[in-house]
Design a protein around this ligand. Structure first.
Ligand code: ZN
Length: 90
């Protein structure tokens, strides 16, 4: 059983900073393990803690579709991994 799928979807990073606009991201059907917020064009996925430590805001991050994105924020621990929020760099 995959522990990451039994937890609530992650909160959108943009909404997180706006108390009156908290909303959760949606699983991306085409890419298991990836969430998206269509409204903010934001994505999230889980990485190993070691990898999360080496990532910084604004750094290049490989997108689920193969294009290049950038790190928006390193999020919370989740099911043994760390949530990374990212968006398209284009
Ligand atoms: Zn959002």
């Amino acid at each position: 059983m995959d522990s990451t799928t039994s937890l609530p979807n992650p909160l959108c990073e943009i909404g997180r900073t706006h108390p009156r606009d908290k909303h959760r991201m949606k699983p991306l059907d085409s890419h298991p393990g990836v969430w998206e917020c269509p409204r903010h064009e934001l994505f999230a996925t889980i990485v190993e803690p070691d990898r999360a430590e080496s990532l910084n805001r604004g750094e290049a991050f490989p997108m689920h579709d193969g294009s290049t994105g950038e790190v928006v924020r390193i999020g919370d621990e989740r099911g043994g991994g760390i949530v990374v929020y990212y968006r398209s760099a284009g």
